[in-house]
Write a protein that binds this ligand. Structure first.
Ligand code: PMV
Length: 327
């Protein structure tokens, strides 16, 4: 009987060009491509064990047993691996992240990337990085980007096989630092799975999609040329366009809080003073302040001195998701 247990580790990622809206909700095929940076130092570690002794799938995340829709989502993901392997055994999943839940870092990206690698390894399947990225995408779109290393592009794609992410610059290519200003730890009211379904109801989404290719190309070129000024311009506008779509969807989604907006303004002022920092915001109020090498300490100090910033988390470009040997 082969060993049917494996552990994998993955990093969350921050989108520099955002993903918002799908052309196929079930397959999570995005309406446009996106670009991200893995968040090194932040990890989710997941163990999957298949056994004929288990009557049903179970999952424990950060010490809490999952139930209901959350557990169903994990089970469906395991089904994908079980079908590939021709196996019916149920599984026990145990997962822990070293970054705080509800801090505005999408744990579903690292969670589904680590779950994909661990389930595939436990079943002794051989999948390429590209196939693992497509598989992770089925659990959470942004998880496709947590499989490859460093700076990553997710090609939108029109089918399951062609919608995957790959590295275009390694983690060591540019020593950026992401300082995450935590403004609220409240759990978001509308999660991204539901949010994606609303994107098309905004009259701005089509304009966003029509111009997405150009922003993707400019963002990629800015990273390849280590051009921080261009990166700042394109990343900030892309984040704001996504939020404009969110705010004008039916029903509308407002993720910003007053301090979110205040920080956006502060970051632009700091940059005008010569500090190389830019902001980007996901589906929550917290602000990712991305700093060029050598500029992170001054930004950290300024963020920490703001009374409405509860905490500042730090990440540097991270490597790929990987299976932990000998477990
Ligand atoms: O992967 P999801 O379904 O959690 O969607 C992520 C959506 C954003 O974080 C807002 C943008 C992105 O590209 O990561």
């Amino acid at each position: 009987m082969p060993i049917r247990k494996a552990t994998a580790v993955a990093h969350p990622n921050i989108a520099l060009i955002k993903y918002w809206g799908n052309t196929d909700e079930a397959l999570r095929l995005p309406a446009s491509g996106s670009i991200s940076m893995n968040l090194g130092g932040m990890t989710t570690r997941t163990t999957v064990e298949f056994s004929p002794d288990f009557a049903a799938d179970s999952a424990n995340v950060d010490g809490q047993d999952m139930t209901g829709a959350g557990l169903d989502r994990v089970s469906r993901h395991l089904d994908y691996a079980r079908e590939l392997a021709g196996v019916k055994q149920r599984a026990r999943v145990s997962s822990a992240s070293n970054f705080p839940a509800g801090a505005g870092i999408a744990s579903s990206a690292s969670a589904f990337a680590a779950l994909s690698l661990a389930a595939v390894a436990a079943l002794n399947l051989e999948l390429s990085e590209r196939e693992l990225s497509s598989m992770a995408r089925l659990g959470s779109g942004s998880a496709s980007r947590s499989v490859p290393s460093g700076f990553v592009e997710w090609y939108g794609g029109a089918t399951h096989e062609t919608s995957f992410a790959e590295t275009f610059a390694p983690a060591e290519y540019w020593a950026l630092t992401d300082l995450i200003a935590v403004i609220s730890r409240e759990h978001k009211r509308t999660g991204s799975t539901e949010g994606h379904t609303l994107a098309g109801s905004s009259v701005l989404q089509q304009a966003r999609l029509d111009t997405a290719k150009e922003r993707l190309a400019r963002c990629k070129a800015a990273i390849q040329h280590l051009d921080f000024a261009s990166l700042a311009e394109i990343v900030e506008v892309d984040s704001t366009i996504m939020h404009a779509v969110m705010m004008t969807s039916v029903p509308p989604l407002f993720y910003w809080q007053p301090e979110t907006l205040a920080l956006m303004e502060a970051v632009r002022e700091w940059r005008a003073d010569g500090i190389q920092v830019l902001y980007t915001i996901d589906a929550g109020p917290n602000v990712h302040c991305i700093c060029a090498p050598g500029h992170e300490l001054v930004v950290q100090e300024r963020l920490k001195s703001r009374p409405n910033v509860l905490e500042v988390l730090k990440a540097i470009p991270g490597g790929p998701a990987y299976v932990v040997a000998d477990e």
